[in-house]
Design a protein around this ligand. Structure first.
Ligand SMILES: [Zn+2]
Length: 123
């Protein structure tokens, strides 16, 4: 139960600062928790992408009350958005931005599909 709500958000040494890596975000979140805000259970590592230059990042997603972390792209300072795997054409995968009807593109070549082979080959 490493990633239980108690371990992440409560106690003397919550894991949140380590998972988030941003002091402002953690302070705000832990303050809300202390004040009794609801911790949503869909927290966890999530794939984020910059909507401007499409760099991808692995960040910790959570929601406390109405508060969600805002991560910024280290290259252009845009607010990163969560992306999800979506179907492309046969044998290809696309990444879709959760909150808008937009797909991730490769920052190098502009292609918006990835060949699934590279993802199925991890283990
Ligand atoms: Zn960027």
């Amino acid at each position: 139960m490493l990633y239980s709500v108690e371990n992440i958000f409560e106690g003397d040494e919550p894991l949140l600062p380590e998972l988030v890596g941003d002091e402002k975000i953690t302070q705000q979140a832990l303050e809300l928790v202390k004040n009794g805000a609801t911790i949503e259970e869909n927290y966890g590592h999530s794939l984020y992408a910059c909507p401007e230059d499409f760099y991808l990042f692995d960040k910790f997603y959570f929601q406390v009350g109405d508060f969600e972390p805002e991560y910024h792209c280290p290259y252009c300072q845009s607010v990163l958005e969560r992306v999800n795997f979506a179907k492309g054409s046969a044998g290809k995968t696309r990444l879709k931005f959760l909150k808008q009807d937009k797909f991730w593109q490769c920052p190098r070549c502009g292609n918006d599909e990835m060949i699934e082979y590279s993802f199925g080959n991890w283990d």
